[in-house]
Design a protein around this ligand. Sequence first.
Ligand SMILES: [Fe+2]
Ligand SMILES: [Fe+2]
Length: 167
Amino acid sequence: MDMLAMQLVRSFGAEVLDSPEFEQAMAQKHHHVTTVGNHSLGVAYTSVKICRFLNAMHIKTDTKAVIRGALCHDLGIVGRYEKFSNNLVCWQRHPRESCEVAEKLLGGLSKCEKDIISHHMWPTTPVPPHCREGYVILIADKYCAVREVAASLKEKRNMKKESDRVS
Ligand SMILES: [Fe+2]
Ligand SMILES: [Fe+2]
């Protein structure tokens, strides 16, 4: 675990992390094996590591916007079963919903933060991000999602093996 990356997430993300909205996100299941909150923490942490790599190559990124964007990018998923009629609708609409929650929570968003959150689902939604920070989140989000889905499949396989063994 990269402690410096965790400290950056903690300090730049304090307003989000200490909010009731994030507390709800920590309780909302996501990708079968995690919660929206833990997934978002993973995306923020991975994004910081990508930013550090880019920085070493003299490519500057706004770390604060990346962290706040990462922590808020899926807040619109909270309450998904009451808000969205099915998974497809959730996929398409949660970025806008996340923007609204984040705007309220943070008292406004920078242009970059709004771009990050609005377009993080690209290419499954039609418009790509306009800033490089948006691509950082996009990559970190997909990376974390693939790991979580793989963990969920592994868990299912192990459960099946166990039930085959018992029966
Ligand atoms: Fe998302
Ligand atoms: Fe996500």
